[in-house]
Design a protein around this ligand. Sequence first.
Ligand code: ZN
Length: 283
Amino acid sequence: MSRVPAPLLPALALVVAGAAAPAAAQVSRPEPVYEGSDRIEEWSARRILVVTPHPDDETFTSGGTLAMLAANGNEIRVVVYTTDNAGSRDPSMTKDRLKAIRRAEEEEACRILGIPKENIVWLGHDDGMLEYVDRRELTRQVAREIRRFKPDALFSVDPGSPYEQYHKSDHRSGAIITVDAIRAARWRLYFPELEAEGFEAWSVPLVFFYYSASPNYTVDITGVAETKARASAAHISQFGSMVDRYDPAAVEEQRKEWAARLLERAERENGRVVERFRRSTAY
Ligand SMILES: [Zn+2]
């Protein structure tokens, strides 16, 4: 998007700008042809694990695909690294209050997408501080969740995105830790204590990376684009004036306004609303 109304949180600004940015950075290779069971639209009764730095990244990038997967009878679990408790300029905001707001927003967004709140796992780390959490412990935490859920596919931030070099630490760290945890989940001797806890090794067969600079997999989400826009707008404390002054009385109205705006700005290709991922079996 060339014109983004200020003020927007960096996270959203990235998403809005990010919709256009990867196109410029994209390699010119044509997208591989994926058919049959390689098409995510065909899936049912599969287990999908989402591992996200903040409780909004997955909604903004993958909400349409997740809504479709949920509607088709797949089980989705969402692991959130941080509580997102620092992204507000409201002088009266506290970290505890923001944590509660962001938690409720994520639960509402997931509800709209068809994911029950019981399927959200909060690792509970402070917003912006993921880089300073003990990396061994963090990797073990995520490896444990992978082994617990045994996903058929996993969604997370692309660790190869150029803009991760300067984007917030949680995205850099989250991206790297997730792929390290996928490896640690696969090899039983990485964290033998997990096996002792009853979590046996599990190989994640397929990963869809979002925020990718080199996407190779496009999903047509036109049928659920409105659902995605509503779910994204559920994160209303991340938008516009609500960042500067959170007004509980304005939540409903602001959500409606932003849902319409986000739908209008959704990434499109040949008139269809799309989401793009880097699909990978090697990581
Ligand atoms: Zn984020």
